[in-house]
Ligand binder design. Structure first.
Ligand SMILES: O=P(O)(O)OC[C@H]1O[C@](O)(CO)[C@@H](O)[C@@H]1O
Length: 534
């Protein structure tokens, strides 16, 4: 299906991207798109008018616009689970009536959001207290989509924190909850158990441990535990009173859920107004995605750049490189968003894909990554398309010189990746350092940068709640468009199930309650190793 893209790539592979700026002074403008404060620049790629036309044609052929309307209108596009996909409704609670299974979903959304706001305000202003007085800390217990989104956003929006201190526990590794609870006061800590299903073993294990800790320390679990879930029966069985439970529906996928009750811990940290700002940013991106045409549509272009690099150029991974220390968890968040959504090998109709699906997504904030893995990005044998992200302004006006350095580094990296350094330039450097003959040649070769490595840059004034909302929704829609073009269901995640089932059956063997029968030789030997030492 992507043969034409591969042919276009082959014809361009050796063309210097930098030359495209010589032949067209308008390239930076023509190959970028903006929305309000956001500017997405994809001009430092091999995409030209012919490639662009082919990519846009692909989007038309796959009816991306029609599928987007189907998603927003509540069609059950998650066909393996028979569900609508309506996380977009969470950021538009006041929109026109939207009927799913015979009922308008907006009124209950508004009701839950209002309850979340009231409860968050009560926690923040001390009207709701724990056994020891006003809440000082919030511990969000969840994993995957019930952790990564709020944890990422809570860190990203740290300058907006004016509520209790938020902590996140996800891993079933006892070290995680141990280290988070250590030093907290069980009488002034609020625990938010976030789980769509309320059956996830990691979350339920951590929730029980937290409850034991709270009770043993004189806290009042009936007042200091809240829950966020689609499973009211399970939250009740756990003993969380209904007024402390915020529900949502199964048409919100876990990795798309931070806009609603799963974002409650974020709301507690930054307050209702800033949480509203975050929702408004997401909604602005939704409106843009639904109405902007062709190259004016930022989410469409971000997706098409992704398709070009992965399906057209066969680059197996992409790096997300936010130049913002507070976006340190963004690559992990995108890993779930993109890889759990588009890491599939079966098409919507049940047939096997005959092309690669989503890429491996990875990254770290700059400038730290520069001193770790950028060596490979610049001089390794493979090409890694880099997606840079940076704000024009930081949140620390007194440290503006730090921010200028940060921005300069970000821009330097994309420039270096594109320009590279030729052997002639490297030789000249070595001559200037006094090298001669064979040694000059040898040293020069190590200092060559092949260049011509593609990157994009997403730039904005400042990382406000609104801008973060725009960015997260932008990437959600990118994943959606890529999924439509790949012909897969981006909203199920069957690939996580087998490991969960096996873990359940292995647990009694690891604890010694059952012998490791029926296991392969390797697994049995590993169990025996643990048994002998625990
Ligand atoms: O919110 P829950 O039901 O605890 O699930 C947590 C996560 O587990 C997954 O199902 C994958 O294991 C994710 O899709 C989800 O975000």
């Amino acid at each position: 299906m992507f043969e034409n893209l591969k042919v276009l790539h082959a014809a361009r592979a050796d063309r210097p991207i930098a030359d495209l700026f010589q032949t067209s002074s308008a390239r930076a403008d023509a190959f970028s798109t903006s929305l309000g404060d956001l500017l997405f620049d994809y001009s430092k790629t091999q995409i030209d008018a012919e490639v662009l036309a082919a990519l846009l044609q692909l989007a038309t052929d796959r009816d991306v616009a029609g599928r987007a309307k189907a998603m927003f209108s509540g069609e059950k596009i998650n066909t393996t689970e028979g569900r609508a996909v309506l996380h977009t409704a969470l950021r538009d609670p006041d929109g026109a009536p939207l009927v799913v299974d015979g009922a308008d979903i907006r009124p209950p959304l508004r009701e839950t959001l209002d309850r979340m706001r009231k409860t968050a305000n009560d926690v923040r202003n001390g009207a709701l207290t724990g056994a020891g007085g006003a809440f000082t800390d919030v511990v969000n217990i969840g994993i995957g989509g019930s952790d990564l989104g709020p944890a990422m956003a809570a860190l990203a929006l740290a300058p907006y924190h004016d509520g209790p201190k938020c902590h996140f526990v996800s891993n079933v590794d006892g070290a995680h909850i141990h280290d988070v609870l250590q030093g907290l006061d069980p009488k002034t800590t609020l625990v938010v158990v976030a789980s769509k299903t309320f059956t996830t073993i990691e979350t339920m294990t951590n929730a029980r441990t937290a409850r034991d800790w709270m009770t043993a320390g004189g806290g009042d679990a009936s007042a200091q535990f809240m829950a966020v879930s689609t499973a009211m029966d399970h939250t009740a069985t756990f003993g969380i009173p209904a007024q402390h439970v915020f529900g949502f529906e199964d048409w919100v996928g876990g990795r798309y859920s931070m806009w609603g009750p799963i974002g409650f811990s974020l709301m507690l940290a930054i307050g209702t107004d800033d949480f509203d700002g975050f929702l408004a940013g997401g909604k602005a991106m939704d409106d843009h995605f639904l109405t902007a045409e062709g190259t004016d549509n930022m989410a469409l272009m971000l997706a098409l750049v992704g398709i070009w690099h992965h399906q057209g150029c066969d680059y197996p991974t992409r790096a997300v490189l936010p130049y913002d220390q507070r976006l340190a968890r963004l690559p992990a968040y995108f890993q779930q968003l993109e890889m759990e959504s588009n890491g599939k090998s079966v098409a919507m109709d049940g047939t096997s894909l005959e092309y690669v699906s989503g890429p491996v997504v990875w990254g770290e904030p700059g400038t730290n990554g520069q001193h770790a893995f950028y060596q490979l990005i610049h001089q390794g044998t493979g090409v890694v398309p880099c997606e840079f992200m940076v704000a024009a302004q930081g949140h620390e006006p007194d440290l503006a010189h730090h921010h200028q350095l940060l921005v300069a580094n970000c821009l330097a990296q994309s420039e270096a990746l594109m320009r590279g350094r030729s052997l002639e330039e490297a030789r000249a450097l070595m001559v200037a350092k006094g090298f001669e003959g064979d040694e000059l040649e040898r040293q020069a070769r190590h200092r060559v940068f092949p260049g011509n490595r593609p990157s994009t840059t997403l730039i904005y004034t400042k990382l406000t709640p609104f801008v973060l909302g725009q960015i997260v929704a932008l990437y959600e829609h990118r994943v959606f468009v890529e999924g439509v073009i790949l012909g897969i269901n981006s909203y199920d995640q069957w690939g996580v199930e087998l490991g969960k089932e096996l873990a359940k059956s292995l647990e009694p063997m690891v604890s010694g309650d059952q012998p490791p029968e029926g296991k392969d030789g390797s697994t049995a030997a590993l169990i025996n190793y643990v048994r002998a030492r625990s």
